[in-house]
Design a protein around this ligand. Structure first.
Ligand code: MN
Ligand code: MN
Length: 305
């Protein structure tokens, strides 16, 4: 039986490409593995898969009785509901340690790097696994995406080095140009407000409160018209009313290197203060690019029981 390599809910490029690249590494190690995902690719990932002629991972919603590797997360909230009935063989991740646990020893590759694919490149090198050009190109895109062209505070020297090596394999000479092409595809706002909020959305348990945080990374926030902003706020209220304490949307301007905060919450002030901004119609957070490093930790701290 083939083991599954599964990324997180609302899969982003890193999550999808990690499933593909880590399944390749496992197969080369003699472990029969299949890349799967918990949803269909968003526009950025679609661009990357098309560019490098890769197939999207097959969508799965249930993993009961399967053997699997988790890539790009270790939180139960990011996993299928029946994960407890599956056997976790390993984890590759670069987020805060989640609440997944196992009954048996597992293979664990967790590093505080900017991208799961940086870690997968390290694992491939460790096992002397050759990465084909198409997969290398997609892995490079995952690094460019997660580190926002190396500008995110999550980016490390390891990410830059892995990106250079992958670019060589993929025969990509202009990383900046490839990154901009990709972020243009990502900046596609041609979707319903609900789809935009959930395109890259994660629920967190913070001191017993369910806090949902979405992020949209755009080439320019000027693309968000006042009308669209109103619709997003309205939809955020609906998202909050579905059993959440707070619904937050972080609108990131990758060129200006900062983010605007939209939120609907039972305790607005706590969130606004924790993120160091002030209540207004236009809550700009200069330098804030990373949800995992600059948004989640201050909120975890503020809501600690
Ligand atoms: Mn991810
Ligand atoms: Mn990632």
């Amino acid at each position: 039986m083939s083991v599954l390599v599964l990324g997180h809910k609302n899969p982003d490029t890193d999550s999808n490409v990690s499933a593909i690249s880590f399944a390749h590494v496992l197969n080369q190690r003699g472990i029969q593995a299949t890349a799967v995902a918990q949803g269909t690719p968003a526009p950025e990932t679609e661009f990357v898969l098309n560019k490098f002629n890769l197939k999207a991972p097959e969508v799965v919603t249930s993993v009961a009785s399967k053997e699997l590797y988790l890539v790009d997360y270790s939180d139960l909230a990011q996993a299928p509901a029946d994960l407890k009935d599956a056997k976790i063989l390993g984890i590759v991740d670069h987020h805060k340690l989640g609440d997944v646990t196992t009954d048996t020893p597992l293979e664990c590759w967790i590093q505080p790097y900017g991208c799961s694919n940086t870690i997968i490149k390290m694992v491939a090198d460790y096992y002397n696994v050759t990465i084909p050009a198409d997969i290398a190109g997609a892995m490079l895109c995952a690094i460019l995406s997660d580190t926002v062209l190396f500008k995110s505070p999550t980016c490390t020297e390891f990410d830059k080095k892995a990106a250079q090596e992958l670019a060589k394999i993929a025969n990509v000479s202009d990383l900046e140009a490839l990154g901009m092409e990709m972020f243009k595809a990502k900046s596609n706002l041609n979707a319903s407000p609900r789809d935009l909020i959930f395109r890259d959305f994660k629920d967190f348990d913070m001191g017993g409160k369910k806090i949902g945080i979405g992020q949209l990374e755009l080439i320019s926030l000027s693309m968000v018209t006042p009308e669209l902003k109103e619709s997003l706020k309205k939809e955020l209220a609906a998202v909050k009313s579905e059993g959440r304490h707070s619904a937050v949307l972080v609108l990131t301007d990758i060129m200006k290197e900062g983010s605007e905060l939209l939120l609907v919450s039972d305790e607005e002030d706590i969130i606004i203060n924790a993120l160091g901004t002030q209540k207004s119609d236009n809550m700009w957070m200069p330098g804030v690019m990373s949800r995992k490093k600059q948004v989640v930790p201050p909120l975890q701290g503020a809501f600690k029981a």
